[in-house]
Design a protein around this ligand. Structure first.
Ligand code: ATP
Length: 263
């Protein structure tokens, strides 16, 4: 593992009128690391993702990706640096096949979205290699409109991997999936992250998924990081327990009972 962080976030803050959504958040992410950002509803997780991904500007603080300060860069410019992104709601072209969706990402990276239809075909082999990587080679010719939701989410991961990212931002990648599918999607992500030394920042409400696959966990509450560390330490942190207990989210007891899915 290289010693240079892929992502460095320093003192990041954002307020919306009187609401301090994120306050003084600082962390870094290393190659091959699965880093979870968890917290109750409204804690500021999506706001953090959107500041890192360039969707919204911060009020204060700094984001460095691959050592470069990305202030003022658009989401597309950040993507072109080698940052993959998945969203809560899957974003694929339903009228196209699985392969065409991945080809479109390759084409867009080189040519811009306007030339997609023509340029896409030139990337057939690359698209098939990515589909193979995530175990979707047999789905290549299927129209997306006919696919189960879990497969659409897997395709979204393939599309996020198509520009060969070194950093992946995954805001609730498994939202809406069945419990087993959630575990499988994140197991697949973790395997690819290790193999390719991709750093993954993800948020997820299912504690089974988080504790099974995160190398490190950060806990956000009312915009502030209240804990950060390896899963076992975070699970036993009194402040974290208080926050989750306060929300009625007794995740350790739920985990012991074999159903740790909480919101
Ligand atoms: N565009 C906005 N305008 C005003 N307030 C906002 C806006 N976006 C977020 N907020 C507020 O900022 C706080 C953090 O919201 P955010 O969506 O980042 O939390 P979250 O942890 O992602 O929540 P969830 O788990 O429900 O997705 C909340 O109080 C929210 O109401």
């Amino acid at each position: 593992m290289s010693n240079a962080p892929l992502l460095e976030v320093e003192n990041l803050s954002k307020s919306y009128g009187g609401v301090q959504a994120v306050s003084g958040v600082t962390f870094s992410l290393m190659p091959g690391e699965m880093l979870a950002l968890i917290g109750p509803n409204g804690a500021g997780k999506s706001t953090c993702f959107n500041m890192v991904g360039g969707q919204i500007p911060s009020n204060e603080g700094r984001v460095r990706i691959f050592g470069r300060d990305v202030a003022g860069l658009s989401p597309r410019q950040i993507w072109r640096l080698g940052v993959g992104r998945t969203f809560q709601v899957a974003q694929v072209f339903k009228s196209m096949t699985v392969r065409e969706n991945v080809e479109a990402v390759f084409a867009s990276h080189q040519a811009g979205w306007g030339l997609l239809a023509r340029a896409g075909k030139a990337h057939r082999a690359e698209a098939e290699a990515v589909l193979d990587l995530i175990g979707m080679a047999d789905f290549a010719d299927r129209p997306c409109a006919d696919m189960a939701y879990g497969d659409v989410k897997r395709l979204e991961l393939a599309m996020a991997l198509a520009n060969d990212p070194k950093l992946l931002l995954m805001d609730e990648p498994a939202a809406g999936m069945a419990p087993m599918e959630r575990i499988e999607l994140m197991a697949l992500t973790a395997r690819i992250a290790k193999e390719r030394q991709i750093g993954v920042l993800f948020t997820e409400h299912d504690m089974d998924v988080v504790f099974a696959h995160a190398d490190r966990i950060m806990v956000l509450n009312r915009g502030q990081l209240i804990a950060e560390g390896e899963p076992e330490a975070v699970r036993n942190d009194p402040q974290v327990r208080a926050v989750y207990l306060g929300e009625g989210l007794v995740y350790d007891q739920a985990a012991a009972a074999g159903k740790a899915s909480v919101r």
